[in-house]
Design a protein around this ligand. Structure first.
Ligand code: CA
Length: 357
């Protein structure tokens, strides 16, 4: 009787002390920094990063405080990857195609020319194995990626001349990141990677002849209509660009599981919030561009689109043949695209045709 009483008492104490350890761990406050590729508080994209930090603060009852820095405030816009990878900061927000020079395969997780739209990108990433591959590829860099925003189908870009044939892209210096830039190079153009905050000045001064950015809602805010007349669609190069939140894996490992779950939930919310902002506001802003600012809206001719589509396949095949990691991701992407296209032929496509009538 004595022993079992002691045992009970001992167990009781142990339980109690476990609980108090747990409580004190859950009360620990974490102060993190997030660097971004966007100018400070940049509409939608930077705002989304700000909101993500706010949501985490709210959901964690102030236990995880994230201070957001715009591009250039702590590190340069395109220095985000290295800053998070090295552990200088805990988090970064941007787009994975900015890191093509370091990790070519990363580009698949932002956008692929003639690839997946936002809905299909989410399906591939969350439920089709895409995010697992992304995690695998970022792991050697001490990074854990999350989808955290999407632009939807982008516009084709701003030009100072009409694009009537593929030849019109020859010699064109155009701001275009990622795989789209590689396709432009194949067409004889010169892709230039410029961070968002510097595009307008470059276009205005003639450092670049043309630029793509996002879509009407954001492009109007960027003021590109003051520097270029022709606004082309569709954005063949970015049919649904996923934005990313990357977290240093060591910092991630130190977070208790509930805070990890909160951060993950906030990335889902950011992913949904950004696409909703763009989709809801694009058309009204397009009308402002056309009616108020007299922008000339143009559709790329079929011959240009067909040519770019062929060149895109070449770019992807070449990339896969040179880099085993890219090949692995490309295979997954290609297979998923084939399957979802077959489904879309019976769902999204016929539905779009009906509502267009
Ligand atoms: Ca873009």
């Amino acid at each position: 009787l004595f022993f079992s009483f002691m045992g009970l008492n001992f167990l009781g104490c142990k339980k109690e002390s476990d609980q108090s350890v747990k409580l004190s761990a859950s009360q620990k406050t974490y102060k993190w920094k997030m660097v971004t590729t966007w100018p400070p508080h940049f509409p939608v994209l930077g705002e989304g990063a700000d909101k993500l930090a706010k949501w985490v603060d709210q959901m964690s009852n102030g236990r995880l405080k994230i201070t957001v820095f715009g591009g250039g405030e702590l590190v340069p816009p395109l220095g985000v990857f290295d800053a998070v990878s090295s552990g200088t900061v805990e988090m970064g927000h941007g787009a994975s195609y900015y890191w093509a020079g370091k990790v070519p395969a990363a580009q698949f997780f932002a956008s692929v020319p003639f690839g997946l739209n936002a809905q299909s990108m989410n399906a591939w990433l969350y439920s089709g194995g895409g995010l697992k591959l992304w995690e695998e590829i970022y792991k050697p860099f001490n990074l854990k990626p999350f989808p955290a925003g999407n632009t939807g189908v982008q516009m084709g870009g701003w030009f100072n001349k009409e694009i009537s044939s593929l030849d019109d892209l020859k010699g064109l210096k155009m701001r275009m990141p990622g795989l789209g830039g590689k396709v432009l190079a194949k067409a004889g153009g010169t892709p230039i990677l410029v961070a968002g905050g510097e595009i307008y000045t470059n276009l205005d001064r003639g450092v670049i002849d043309a630029t793509e950015w996002v879509g009407p809602f954001h492009d109007l805010k960027m003021g590109f209509y003051k520097a270029a007349k022709y606004y082309y669609y569709p954005g063949w190069h970015e049919p649904g660009t996923t934005l990313e939140l990357m977290i240093n894996t060591k910092a991630w490992g130190k977070l208790p599981p509930d805070l990890q779950a909160i951060v993950e939930a906030a990335t889902y919310k950011a992913n949904m919030w950004m696409i909703s902002e763009f989709e809801a506001k694009n058309n009204a802003n397009l009308q402002t561009l056309v009616e108020k600012h007299k922008v000339k809206l143009r559709k790329f001719p079929d011959s240009v689109i067909d040519g770019l589509k062929k060149l895109s396949t070449q770019v992807l095949e070449e990339m896969a043949s040179k880099d085993p990691t890219s090949k692995k991701v490309y295979e997954s992407f290609k297979k998923f695209k084939k399957n979802i296209s077959a489904w879309n032929d019976m769902s999204e496509s016929p539905y779009q045709n009906i509502i267009m009538k």
